[in-house]
Unconditional design. Sequence first.
Length: 381
Amino acid sequence: MPFTMTLPEHSPVWYEQQCFSTHTPLLLENLYAYLSKTQMFSIKACRQLEDKFNSIFRVDEIYGALKLSPVYLKKVKQWLNNDEQLIAQIRNQKILKVYNRYTHEEMIYNSIRGKRPQSTSELSPENYTMKLMKDTMKTCDFCEKNYLSSTAEDSFGRLESKLSYTAANTFKYDRWHTLIVSRNHDTLHLTQDELEDMFELSKKWFKKAHDLEREYMYPEMIWDAMPKAGASQIHTHIQVSLGKDSYYGVIERTRQGAKQYSKDHSHRNYFSDYLQTPLKDLEVMIMGEKLNKHFYRAIHLLFRAFIDDMNEYSFSFGMHLPPMNEAFVSNMPVLCRTVFRNPVTNLRSDMNGLDLYTSSVVGKDRYVLFRKLKSSIENRL
């Protein structure tokens, strides 16, 4: 079944009121209760929403209790600012588990985890970022004309445009692997034109490599900003690669899950149904039929919302395009996933063994994030 950008027939507010019977802002911790309510309604649109959601996800709600000694309770109260409601919650914690039946990804949400004590820095995230940008420009390999002598070229040469250029990755992870480098050092303050230029140059590079070796046809992009996200260079650059037999593991797992979904649910597309379900992953996801001006606009708005309005300065970004073999194009969307990392000055990592070897454990409400993004983006339209 081809992927199409078909949005739900009603507005989010309509679904909240008619299907979830709530006139207050949605909270992720109440997701299990919301889904239970939809089962009691005879409204066709509500049943369809529930069916699509349950076809992809399984939701479990469990509780974990604990005992606090009087001495330790004093410390916990300090962490929670003596909020009696939070103290009651920590004694008997609601844990929500959302499992994807087809990709086998899982998100575990416990609102109280967002209240954990954080390490602090004398330097604010904004000042730290500005200083890092300024200091790294002095000896940057990618700035001005430095790249001509400080970076490698692909076997077919270097591609250049007005606002960006390619530089073959010196330490490759695939046969066709290069960097798309913006001529703007500051990765956090790119214009929409600068973003668009990088992605358009990426498409030209994909075509060039594919034309040379037709069996390489699975395009992917990775973009890490700032050391917190693992970036080895501060200067704006995207890593792009073209796979031969399949996408890389995580994306290929999603692709195979989508194939199985279409087999289990005839005349339905996994990505189309995923787009219509009211839950987002740990990351913010952008999905579209083509990588075009509308998609670039969405990415730019997302960055401005997080960086300018939420003061988040580090992110990891992943994108895949449909296979370059025309036979596969219609079933796959352009899919971009972006997660903004913990405050750049926070000494604690935002990735741990739980995330690496079990499931993604989050402490921030996705619905609250959605409302912030919606407000920020609408103010810019």
